[in-house]
Ligand binder design. Sequence first.
Ligand code: 13P
Ligand code: SF4
Length: 303
Amino acid sequence: MNKQEITEKILHLKKERNAIILAHNYQLGEIQDLADFTGDSLGLSQTAATTEAEVIVFCGVHFMAETAAMLSPHKTVLLPNPNAGCPMADMATAEQLRQEKKKHPGSQVVCYVNSTAEVKAESDVCCTSSNAVNVVKSLNEKQSAIFLPDQYLGTYAATKTKRNLILWPGYCPVHMQIGVDDIKNLKTRYPEAEVLVHPECRPEVIALADYALSTDGMLKRARQSSAKEFIIGTEIGMLHRLKKENPEKIFMPASEKAVCTDMKIITLEKVLWSLERMEFRIIVPPSIQEKAVQAVNRMLEIL
Ligand code: 13P
Ligand code: SF4
C-alpha cells in the first residue's frame, strides 16, 4: 500500500470508530498533516479533555497519551506505538519523589507534564512548558517547592518568577543536543534572524534567545513577528508546521541533531494498525488516575 492508500484507509476507519487523531508538533510531517488537531502538550490535553469522539488516537509519546486517558477516563485512548516514551519522564519515579518529599517536609510539588501518572499522583500541580511560569507564580510563597523532572524548565520558571525551587536533576536529551555554539554560529550567519528556543534548553542557550517558548508559542510568535528569518532551538519536527504556515519566512533548526526518536516511531502504518486492532490502549489504574488528574486539573484551572 502506498501512503495515499494508507491515509484513505485511516480516514475511513477513523469515521467508523468515531475517533479523533491528535498529534504533537514533533511528529512526522505526514502524521501532522493527517491529524485532526496538532499542538503542544497543553493544547493536546485541552483537546483530549473536551473532544466528543469516543476514541483518541494519540500520536505523541506515552506521558501525553496517559494524560489524555486521565482526562477522558471513559474514552478509549490509543498509542500507535507502545515504545514511544520520553527519556526525561523516565528520570523520576514515584518512589524517588516520595523520598524527596520526606527530605523537604511540607513542600509543594510541581511536576512537568512530561512525567508518569504515578509521579503526577504524588504532585500538587502539573505544568507544561507554556504555563510553567504561571503555575510557579500561583504557588504559596511561604512554602518550599519541588519542581521535577526538568531542571532546565525549573530553572527557567524560577528565574522568571524569582522564586526558589528545589530542582530535580532531569533533562531532555534531545534539547541537550542544542549548544551555545550552534546558536552563535547561526546568529553570525543570519544576524537578522529571531531566535526562538524551547525552555527545555540549557540556560546558556536560553540566554542567547529572543524568546523561550512552548512549541505552540513558537508558532504564534512566527505568525506575529515581522522577522523574515528564524533560528529554531527545539526538536526538528517543529519545522514542518512553521514552514507550512509561514511559506514566506525562513526557518533554520539550531541543531540537526535535535531529533526525538520516540516521536518519530509513530508512522502512518502504525496509526492504521492501531485503528484496525484498537491497540495499544492506554489505561491508568483508577487509584493513580484519581490523584494524578487533580494535579492536571489544577493546572488547567490556572493557565
Ligand atoms: P511542548 O508542550 O512545548 O510542545 O513540549 C513538549 C515536549 O516534550 C518538549 O520536548
Ligand atoms: Fe521527551 Fe525530550 Fe522527546 Fe520531548 S523531546 S518527548 S522531553 S525526549
